[in-house]
Design a protein around this ligand. Structure first.
Ligand code: GLU
Length: 473
């Protein structure tokens, strides 16, 4: 009976609006639809509708533009007065955007408005323009991360591991070069082999990295400088690795394990809540599932509801609060704020739709246009445009992987040590060349370059390859 009455009122109102529009169109010499400006209600929620320099932008604003282009519509957008999506009270009255459409204060509701059975009875809903589910977000450091196979790599970030590998390669090559250059390390390049072949240098550096002290031991100051710096580097590195590894393990054991809604319902260490008067709240309220009922009763008892997605995200960032919301919005929050994580379980799949008054002739055209935009990939493009964000870390990184800048000092010292080693080796060679030049009555430069070429010319000669045997003997 009520529905019939609402339908009748809706049709009369639409008719009246079309008559007025028709009158205007005759006067202006335009078509009926051009003359009618639709009032679109929306709600502030990132990235659907956002305020920028007193104008509105976002996914929903772009979508409205596309729909208006397709259907040749004129429209004005306003924000919903009470700041709600729409829920029916005990007297049957609707609040939020649904309320505005029902009371004809708006012709369209364009927002992340979830399709529900109750709303479908009160307004016309188009085909969904986006699919989502219900999920949970909370601070990463509250929940324990699952252990994976390469857990031992976690104490250092990827960049740090790459830095260590480069440092190892560079030090080994430097050892090899310096041991060749230095006359104190290799006094007779013409007659004897060099103990520090490239392979030996790699072996020596790897031995130090694991605190094993692999030979051969260097004699020259230049090679010793590099060795000492490398030892210092490895000691700091191992100490940082062990400290970071144990702090990661210790902090993990004190954390909660929340992978599902059941895990959340069964604990009472952290508070949780959803948006007041939202479809997510109604989902828990109307559910007969024991876990979801527990969650609803807990939220009612503890008054832990929030008034917007932004407030929920802010509370979750503060810690000790899990925000239950729609996965699409939660994924954006996780992409924006590195301190947050979304638990794997997603329930209650649903879609977002545009709402119009009951009996509105617009709904069919809007549905067709939405489907056309989906099929042409336009909606996917909009999604990528508004969800393409990077997370800005505000964490102190207390027990996260160590980044290269945390160990920057020791990398810097190593680089300085390597440079000093090479310099010393060149000085040693220069001193030797000077003495030889005086003895041979030749120019110092020519003796220096002869020495250099002699030391690198026969790097792959048989003499070098025989060295391991010689040094063993
Ligand atoms: N999209 C929801 C609604 O239409 C609001 C957000 C939520 O439920 O988390 O009510």
């Amino acid at each position: 009976m009520r529905k019939a009455l609402v339908l009748l009122c809706g049709s009369v109102l639409m008719l009246a609006q079309f008559c007025i529009a028709g009158k205007h169109s005759i006067m202006a010499g335009r078509t009926k639809r051009d003359a009618r400006t639709l009032r679109v209600t929306t709600i502030l929620q990132e990235p659907y509708t956002m305020e920028k320099n007193s104008a509105l932008e976002g996914y929903c604003i772009d979508l409205m533009k596309e729909l208006s282009k397709k259907l040749d519509l004129k429209y004005t957008v306003h924000l919903v007065k009470d700041g709600f999506y729409g829920r029916q009270d005990a007297q049957g009255n609707w609040n939020g955007m649904i309320g505005e459409v029902v009371r004809s204060e708006a012709d369209l509701a364009m927002a992340s408005l979830t399709i529900t059975a109750m709303r479908e009875k009160a307004v016309e809903l188009t085909k969904p323009f986006m699919q989502t589910g219900i999920g949970i977000i909370l601070r990463k450091d509250i929940v324990s991360s699952e252990l994976h196979f390469f857990e031992f790599l976690n104490p250092f970030s990827k960049e740090t591991w790459i830095g260590i590998l480069i440092a190892y390669l560079m030090t080994s090559v430097c050892l090899f070069i310096v041991a060749r250059l230095s006359p104190c390390e290799w006094s007779e390049p013409q007659t004897e082999g060099n103990r520090f072949t490239l392979l030996h240098s790699f072996w020596y550096a790897a031995g130090a990295l694991t605190l094993q002290g692999a030979g051969p031991q260097p004699k020259a100051l230049s090679v010793r400088v590099i060795s000492v710096i490398w030892w210092l580097f490895t000691v700091v590195l191992l100490a940082s690795y062990i400290a970071s590894f144990s702090s990661m393990r210790n902090s993990d054991s004190a954390k909660l394990s929340i992978e599902t809604f059941e895990d959340l319902a069964k604990q009472d260490i952290i508070e949780y809540g959803t948006i007041r008067d939202s479809s997510t709240f109604s989902f828990f309220k109307n559910s007969n599932h024991p876990t979801y009922r527990m969650i609803y009763e807990h939220m009612q008892r503890r008054h832990s509801l929030v008034s917007s997605v932004e407030e929920g995200i802010r509370k979750a960032q503060g810690g000790s609060f899990a925000f239950i919301g729609e996965s699409m919005s939660l994924d954006l929050a996780v992409a924006r704020y590195c301190s947050l994580t979304r638990v794997p379980e997603v329930i209650g799949m649903r879609g977002y739709a545009v709402a119009t008054a009951l009996g509105s002739p617009l709904v069919k055209n809007l549905s067709v246009a939405i489907l056309q935009l989906t099929e042409s990939g336009e909606l996917e493009y909009l999604r990528e445009k508004w969800w393409a964000t990077t997370c800005v870390s505000k964490e102190g990184g207390s027990s996260g992987p160590l980044n290269p800048h945390c160990l920057g000092g020791i990398f810097f010292i190593l680089a300085g040590g390597l440079a000093l080693g090479v310099l010393l080796a060149l000085v040693e060679l220069a001193v030797k060349s000077k003495t030889s030049a005086e003895e041979q009555k030749k120019s110092c430069c020519s003796v220096f370059s002869e020495e250099l070429s002699c030391r690198f010319r026969n790097s792959s000669s048989k003499k070098d390859r025989d060295v391991p045997e010689k040094s063993k003997a």
